[in-house]
Structures are given as structure tokens and as C-alpha cells.
Design a protein around this ligand. Structure first.
Ligand SMILES: Nc1ncnc2c1ncn2[C@@H]1O[C@H](COP(=O)(O)OP(=O)(O)OP(=O)(O)O)[C@@H](O)[C@H]1O
Ligand SMILES: [Mg+2]
Length: 356
């Protein structure tokens, strides 16, 4: 089993022979920096500029500008058909852009596709193995393709199977594996070549909640302990929001918002469509009158003792001042919309899409 508690992760970092990472891992050991604001240009390892892909009448990816920093977990989030897979295929040099460009480590993903593929591990959404071979045999096959052999190869296989929680199932045929097991073996497979960037397309698809949690811890560990950069695409927000340092929200080929969960919440607030949750003591008629008369209030709903106040701008400060002056005690005051799902709904509703 993959540890689902951070503290249970083994402290020791693996050497390259053990299946760990050499280069970027050193940076991570020096201090994993989740505060991306302090990072420099050199830390940007994946970059797209006006990246565009057109299929007939459809612009699948529309002038995408994206920057992903070393060691961060970036989530490309959006509903079905948003353009997530198309974006990752362009990054991997598997699909050619119609305009703009993508670079990885400064290398053009189309023109230097071979070099880019060496640096990047790719876990597709439909990861497949040779079903009549065991997990271990599949990894051995991949290791040999990448020039590994003998003791180094076997030790790396053992380490990686252990790391992804697949040691016990290693000698079973992959044809018998569940989707979650295939996904974990897929990560081991990607790690065989020790990439410093990993792109995962819908890694949580079809996996049960416990499996998703384990996968999320593994992904965080790959970023924090090894210093690898992870780009994952998903249309399942709840499953991935906690693991991502930053997220880009994709709707119909366009990135409509990008940032940390907190930044996305602020963007919502600025757009003025946020709602406040408020619970106040005492809850009386004059309270309702005060709320109705507050400048900027558009609508008020009430669910038991909780008011939901829709407003044209962020009312938190004005409201708490007013209520305190009037002698009320604020039991609960929260900007609704700081949750990613609400953010997601808002953008999807805007684009006339259903939440996926
Ligand atoms: N090879 C292709 N030819 C024509 N249209 C395509 C092709 N590949 C993708 N598309 C279209 O481009 C749009 C974006 O597709 P893409 O697969 O990138 O979306 P996605 O965000 O990965 O969706 P999902 O969540 O379903 O995986 C869709 O409308 C899709 O039908
Ligand atoms: Mg896709």
C-alpha cells in the first residue's frame, strides 16, 4: 500500500540506482519551495505561448499561455472536450500546434520531440501493458528499452514496485490488474526512465476513493521528495484540488483562470459573483433589515440559521463592521466560492457547460 499519511513516507531519498532522481532531487532537498511566487524564470520548465490547435471548425486549444515551475504539481482542469489531452499531446510532440509554441526545458516540443520525450514521462489516460506478462516483466521490458540491465535494473524494479505499492502484485499478470493497479504500475513504468517532468492524463479515472488518495500522496511525494514537476489533467476536481500547487481551469480550449486555490477564490471574489455565508446572534427582524439595506447586496437566502448573501462585491469587511457596531455577534462569516467546485461551477456556467 502506498502510504496515505505524509509522515509515513520514508525519509531517505533514493539514489538513482534505487530508482530515485539525481538532478532535480538535489534542489528539492535544499528546500522544497511551494511558494512559487519567489521562483525565477529559470525555474520555468514547461512553457506555452499562444499555443493553438485547430480541428476543422473547432479550436481545441485556443492561444494558451502556460508556465509551470520546477517541482510544482500543476492541474489542468476542465470538463470533457476542454482541450486538456490535446494540450498534453502538443507538449509531448505527438500533435503539432497550428499556432504558437510549447517548450520544455527551453526545447521546442515539436522540433526537438525526441529530446523532449527523454525528459518527460507520460502516463496516458488509457495506460496499457502486455497483459500476459507480469508487472515485473513489463517494468523489465521498459527498463531494457531505456538501457538498464542486470543488478541495477532489478534493484530499480524492486524499489519502484515498493514505492508505488505494487510489490505484492508484481508477479501477477497485468491482465488481471484493476484500473488502480494499472495506474500505479504505470507510474512505476514512467519512473523507470527517471524523468524530471511527468505528464499524467486523467490519472484518477476509474479509481476508488481510497486508491485516489494513495495516488495523490504518491504524486505529492514525486514532487516534494524527488523535485519532479508534475502536470496532471483531470475533470474530477474534488479528487485533485488538494494535490495541486496551482491549477489552470480550461473551458472550450481557453484557460479561464489560473492560480492556487486561494488565488482562484480571489478571482471569483473580484468578479463580484461570490456569495457570503453568515450566521449571527441574535437572529432577528432588524438583522434581516440591516442585511437587506447593505450596499451591494443582491439577494439573500436563508437555510436554518445560515444566511447566504449574494452581492456585487466582497462585503465581508463592511458587513462585520456594521454588525459589530449594531451589537451583533458573528458566529460564522465565510466567502462561499473559495472551494474549487464552486469556482468550477461558476466558470462552467459562464461557458454554458455542465459540471463534469
Ligand atoms: N484528432 C482529433 N480530430 C478532431 N477533433 C479532435 C481530435 N482530438 C480532439 N478533438 C476535439 O478537440 C476537443 C478537445 O479534445 P481533448 O481530447 O483535448 O479534450 P479533453 O479536455 O482531454 O477531454 P476529456 O476530459 O474528455 O479527456 C474535443 O472537442 C475533441 O472532440
Ligand atoms: Mg482528455
Amino acid at each position: 500500500m502506498i502510504s496515505s499519511e505524509k509522515k509515513e513516507f520514508p525519509e531517505k531519498r533514493m539514489s538513482p540506482e534505487e530508482g530515485g532522481l539525481s538532478r532535480a532531487g538535489e534542489d528539492a532537498a535544499a528546500g522544497t519551495d511551494k511558494n512559487i511566487a519567489g521562483k525565477t524564470e529559470d525555474d520555468i520548465v514547461v512553457r506555452t505561448e499562444s499555443l493553438t490547435k485547430i480541428y476543422g471548425d473547432l479550436t481545441a486549444v485556443d492561444h494558451l499561455d502556460l508556465q509551470i515551475r520546477r517541482g510544482e504539481v500543476f492541474g489542468l482542469l476542465g470538463p470533457n472536450g476542454a482541450g486538456k489531452t490535446t494540450t498534453t499531446l502538443m507538449l509531448l510532440g505527438l500533435t503539432e500546434p497550428d499556432a504558437g509554441k510549447a517548450t520544455i526545458h527551453g526545447l521546442d516540443c515539436t522540433r526537438n520531440a525526441l529530446q523532449v520525450k527523454k525528459a518527460v514521462g507520460y502516463l496516458p489516460d488509457n495506460v496499457g501493458f502486455y497483459g500476459t506478462m507480469t508487472g515485473r516483466e513489463n517494468l523489465r521490458f521498459m527498463g531494457r528499452i531505456n538501457g538498464l540491465e542486470g543488478k541495477v535494473l532489478e534493484e530499480r524494479i524492486d524499489r519502484l514496485l515498493e514505492r508505488v505499492g505494487m510489490a505484492q502484485a508484481a508477479d501477477k499478470k497485468t491482465g488481471t490488474y484493476s484500473r488502480g493497479m494499472r495506474q500505479r504500475l504505470g507510474i512505476a513504468d514512467v519512473l523507470m526512465k527517471d524523468p524530471d517532468i511527468i505528464i499524467m492524463d486523467e490519472p484518477t479515472l476509474g479509481i476508488d476513493p481510497e486508491g485516489v488518495r494513495e495516488l495523490m500522496w504518491l504524486i505529492r511525494d514525486l514532487a516534494e521528495r524527488d523535485g519532479r514537476t508534475i502536470l496532471l489533467s483531470s475533470h474530477q476536481l474534488y479528487q485533485v484540488q488538494r494535490v495541486c500547487d496551482r491549477m489552470g481551469i480550461f473551458v472550450k480550449g481557453k484557460m479561464v483562470a489560473c492560480g492556487t486555490l486561494e488565488e482562484l477564490g480571489q478571482q471569483i471574489g473580484r468578479d463580484g459573483t461570490g456569495a457570503l455565508e453568515l450566521s449571527v446572534y441574535p437572529d432577528n427582524i432588524s438583522l434581516q433589515r440591516i442585511l437587506k439595506e447593505m450596499k451591494g447586496v443582491l439577494d439573500i437566502e436563508k437555510n436554518s440559521d445560515m444566511y447566504v448573501i449574494h452581492s456585487s462585491f466582497d462585503l465581508r469587511r463592511a458587513l462585520s463592521k456594521k454588525l459589530t457596531e449594531e451589537g451583533y455577534t458573528i458566529m460564522h462569516l465565510r466567502q462561499a466560492g473559495s472551494d474549487l467546485d464552486e469556482i468550477y461551477r461558476k466558470y462552467f456556467e459562464k461557458a454554458g457547460e455542465q459540471v463534469g
